[in-house]
Design a protein around this ligand. Structure first.
Ligand SMILES: NC(=O)NCCC[C@H](N)C(=O)O
Length: 434
């Protein structure tokens, strides 16, 4: 059970990840962790909590990664063992290479063995296991001449960007497709999200294979007929071709929005420069518009043929021209607002927009083409990490009927769509907002 047809359909279930220990580690060196600026962790946590509370007020079920990892582990041995298994894959024991032979000769192999690791993990609390999953520690053992006979040093590959739950996957009409991030700092995030989806009863339908790269911030659903996928700094054409070939987008047309020239971290994903506010109104970064613009985006449109295969139908269409051709009105976002995540709004459905830039919020609210509601939320400590409301949320289920009903997850009588079934595990989930 997962899927979304249009960015403006009513969001029902959103995966989030509250900033925590990995963020603390990332804040030690912001640039190395793919952050824009130094990060105040307390502010990031408070702002993220406010974001979650806003979603809850709108009747949306939010599933938080750490809570999901720990969910049921006190009452279900199966859940506990699954988490231990994931932690075992995230914790690496190794011997200092130059000591290896001597280490073995002295019988030290046990201390880097799977057996010892399992013993260690079995005794840990769920919170400890969750921290292991999120920080990916490597423990390097050397031989010591005293006490226990071994000495440890530590290094980590913390999941410093897991807060941006948008990016590890895309949720299309067909369901969740696991991605493959471009940045080495983000490569372990996908397995953690996969674990969470499976645990909460949201099956994934495929996974982008190497060497292709796909990040969720590049994807927008725009109805049964059309979706958008950005190709540039993060997502590549290999991934798009894979998705087209396996019909993972599920729409008749796929608009590939090419960023051939810009490829800038400030505009790393499509959701940094574009967004969908309603069936007929979009946001677009103003300074990339125009055929002669040095950072223009161009659209190649693929159309599904009678044989079920996609074929390239039109190419090199300037992005704003393409949008207008689709009958969409455009609200242009100036550079200053784009840099502060003006475009990175979250559409909760039925034209309910969460905006993180106050001027952009007002710009949308007064635009003649927009007749929905805008709520402003301060996410400055999250934008310091190069993302905002859209990046920090993965909508895994949107209701096509447009219902604004609060959904409890146990049943949804309005949903008659054959491609969606009532979820299993997450209906019982006791999160902060249950
Ligand atoms: N969809 C998005 O634009 N996500 C933001 C990701 C920010 C993160 N620091 C990154 O560079 O990957």
């Amino acid at each position: 059970m997962s899927g979304q047809s249009h960015e403006n359909d009513s969001a029902k279930v959103i995966f989030l990840c509250c900033p925590s220990l990995p963020k603390f580690m990332g804040a030690l060196h912001p640039a190395g962790a793919l952050y824009a600026q130094p990060v105040n962790l307390k502010q990031a946590i408070d702002q993220h909590q406010a974001f979650r509370a806003l979603l809850k007020r709108q009747g949306i079920k939010t599933l938080e990664v750490s809570e999901v990892l720990a969910h049921d582990t006190e009452t279900s041995v199966n859940a506990r063992m699954d988490l231990e298994e994931l932690a075992a894959k995230s914790l690496i024991y190794r011997a200092e290479p130059e000591c290896l032979e001597r280490f073995k000769a002295l019988g030290g192999e046990y201390y880097i063995s799977e057996e010892y690791k399992r013993l260690v993990l079995e005794a840990m609390s769920s919170d400890q296991l969750t921290d292991i999953v999120k920080t990916f520690p490597t423990v390097t053992i050397t031989h010591s001449t005293r006490d226990t006979g071994v000495s440890a040093s530590y290094s980590f590959q913390p999941l410093t960007n897991l807060v941006f739950t948008r990016d590890q996957q895309v949720t299309t009409r067909k369901g969740i497709v696991l991605g493959r991030p471009s940045s080495v700092q983000r490569e372990h995030e996908v397995n953690v999200m996969e674990f969470c989806f499976r645990k909460m009863g949201f099956p994934t339908i495929d996974r982008i294979p190497a060497p292709a790269h796909l990040e969720g911030g590049d994807f927008f659903p725009a109805g049964d007929d059309l979706c958008f996928i950005g190709v540039g700094l993060r997502t590549d054409m290999n991934a798009v071709e894979y998705m087209l070939k396996k019909d993972l987008f599920g729409t008749r047309r796929v608009a590939v929005v090419r960023d051939d020239y810009d490829r800038n971290q400030d505009r790393m994903h499509l959701d940094c420069v574009f967004n969908i506010l309603s069936p007929d109104c979009v946001l677009l970064y103003e300074d990339m518009v125009g055929k002669n613009n040095p950072i223009l985006r161009q659209v190649d449109e693929y159309v599904k043929k009678e044989n079920g295969q996609y074929a390239l139908e039109r190419s090199n269409i300037e992005f704003s021209e393409y949008l207008r051709g689709e009958g969409l009105s455009i609200i242009f976002i100036p550079a200053k607002e784009q840099l502060q995540y003006g475009c990175n709004v979250l559409n909760l459905g039925n034209k309910n927009i969460v905006a993180v830039h106050p001027t952009t919020a007002r710009r949308i609210a007064k635009a003649p083409c927009f007749d929905g509601n805008v709520e402003f939320i301060n996410m400055s400590a999250i934008t310091a990490m190069y993302g905002a409301a859209h990046c920090a949320s993965q909508v895994v289920y949107r209701d096509v009927t447009g219902s604004c009903e609060k959904w409890d997850g146990f049943h949804n009588e309005l949903d008659s769509s054959p491609r969606r079934q009532v979820p299993t595990a997450w209906g019982d989930y006791i999160g902060n907002n249950a």
